[in-house]
Design a protein around this ligand. Structure first.
Ligand SMILES: CC(C)(COP(=O)(O)OP(=O)(O)OC[C@H]1O[C@@H](n2cnc3c(N)ncnc32)[C@H](O)[C@@H]1OP(=O)(O)O)[C@@H](O)C(=O)NCCC(=O)NCCS
Length: 187
């Protein structure tokens, strides 16, 4: 379990549970345009197939943010089918982030940063080599501050947008990220 107090909010970061799916889908819809947002079925699949790679932030028992992912041996993360976990390999060397999102009314308070820090620790504990993700231009500095390197412009045309690849090398794990994974596990 990882709790932190942010401007009076008691934020808890933990692994996803079945009961969180609807809230996670609402977050996805609130945060991404219709061409980019994952469907309820996709969110359900991600939580069911790879809960270790799906963490949520909750405030007063209400889920307000999430990070979900899949795992693969491939370095090519432009494959749209992979977002439905086609080709997902639990023991793959890479962990690929599909969605980092925080409800608009809770943005700007450090919740995504806290989620990503826990996610990086989790990925290290899962013995992954790299975390890979695609982001838009304005979020490159956010990921760089967390320790990601710029990986170039992606071939992905997801949602008709331009995407950049970001890479976090976990092997060897940078010192500041070593230590126990404090995320609350599934019951
Ligand atoms: C991006 C997002 C997850 C950030 O969540 P958040 O909880 O507000 O993030 P934090 O409060 O931890 O802020 C992280 C930093 O990123 C910056 N940031 C957040 N959104 C940004 C944006 N759209 N453009 C530029 N910088 C942004 C913040 O200013 C902050 O910078 P700071 O550390 O210097 O203060 C959230 O805005 C969101 O859900 N957006 C819609 C979905 C999305 O685009 N997800 C990213 C997919 S790659």
């Amino acid at each position: 379990m990882n709790r932190f107090d942010k401007r009076g909010w008691n934020v808890n970061i933990r692994t996803v549970q079945k009961e969180d799916i609807k809230a996670c889908h609402r977050i996805e819809q609130a945060c991404f345009e219709s061409g980019e947002a994952a469907s309820l079925k996709s969110i359900q699949e991600r939580a069911a197939v790879y809960p270790d790679g799906f963490i949520v932030a909750e405030i007063d028992h209400s889920v307000v943010g999430m990070v979900n992912s899949g795992s693969t041996d491939s370095d090519d993360i432009t494959d749209e089918a992979f977002k439905k976990l086609i080709g997902h390999t639990e023991n793959g060397k890479n962990i690929v982030v599909f969605s980092v999102s925080v409800l608009p009314e809770f943005q700007g308070k450090g919740i995504a940063s806290a989620l990503m820090k826990q996610f990086i620790k989790r990925a290290g504990q899962l013995k992954k080599d790299k975390i890979l993700l695609l982001c838009k231009t304005d979020l490159i500095p956010f990921y760089k501050r967390l320790g990601f390197e710029y990986g170039g412009i992606s071939d992905s045309t997801h949602g008709g947008s331009k995407w950049h690849e970001m890479v976090f090398r976990l092997s060897p794990m940078p010192d500041q990220w070593a230590g126990p994974d404090k995320i609350q596990n599934r019951p």
